[in-house]
Design a protein around this ligand. Structure first.
Ligand code: SAH
Length: 221
């Protein structure tokens, strides 16, 4: 059996696992079934690439658990053509899932060597995410507004710049307000939150399940 077929079978099994854990969005499940997660890991972890686990990728950073990626992606409600900003590129796996779903992806990473390596990997796999080195806490004003912003590191507070860079809903075109999906809390555990922009100065907020992420560093004031 070729490597590709072996990995495809493992990917299908991973899709079954995260479906059983409660992910129902078929577009998200399809994307998990397509993205070659083994390419986002060190060879040493190849045999564990399709376990539903976070794994180390160097620089004291982990590739997120596939369930967590699927959970956050479902909350974003990604549609083809949506502009989505990711804070915390890391391995690039989450960015690849968003690209598979047809989003226009912008992603920021604050560890320079990791950023460079991942930008090159995404390009070589044909994922057209726009990658940037920097502190994502300020968002990416030049590329705003965004239909979705996803933070893949745990934030102690909600960065106000990110809320401001969400799309304002437009009743004339029925354009929906942008959504920010962000784990918020102390280092030890965070609560997933979703903020949906409802007007110039208003956001609806929802508190969801608990997770544990790598910390979001930078100036969140
Ligand atoms: N989305 C990644 C998860 C990586 S872990 C994946 O799919 O693999 C979180 C990442 O956020 C780490 O790489 C960390 O360096 C980065 N990070 C933390 N604070 C940041 C900040 N202020 N700006 C940009 N990236 C940040």
């Amino acid at each position: 059996m070729t490597n590709d077929r072996r990995f495809q079978r493992q990917r299908d099994q991973l899709v079954d696992i995260i479906r059983e854990k409660g992910i129902t969005d078929s577009n998200v499940l399809k994307a998990v079934g397509r993205v070659p997660r083994h390419r986002f890991l060190d060879n040493a972890f190849l045999h564990r690439a399709y376990e539903d686990e976070a794994l180390p990728i160097g620089h004291r950073v982990t590739i997120s658990q596939p369930f967590t990626v699927a959970y956050q992606t479902s909350l974003l409600g990604v549609k083809p053509g949506h502009r989505v900003l990711e804070i915390g590129t890391g391995s690039g796996y989450q960015a690849a899932i968003l690209c598979e779903m047809g989003a226009q992806v912008f992603t920021i990473e604050r560890i320079k060597p990791l950023q460079a390596r991942t930008a090159e990997l995404l390009r070589s796999l044909g994922y057209r995410a726009v990658c940037r080195f920097g502190d994502g806490v300020q968002g990416w004003p030049a590329m705003a507004p965004f239909d979705g912003i996803i933070v893949t590191a745990g934030a102690e507070t909600v960065p106000q710049d990110l809320l401001r860079q969400l799309r304002v809903p437009d009743p004339d075109t029925m354009g929906a307000g942008g959504r920010l999906v962000i784990p918020v809390g102390p280092r030890t555990h965070q609560r997933m939150m979703r903020f949906t922009r409802s007007g110039d100065d208003t956001w609806d907020d929802e508190e969801l399940d608990d997770f544990r992420f790598v910390p979001l560093l930078g100036d969140t004031e």
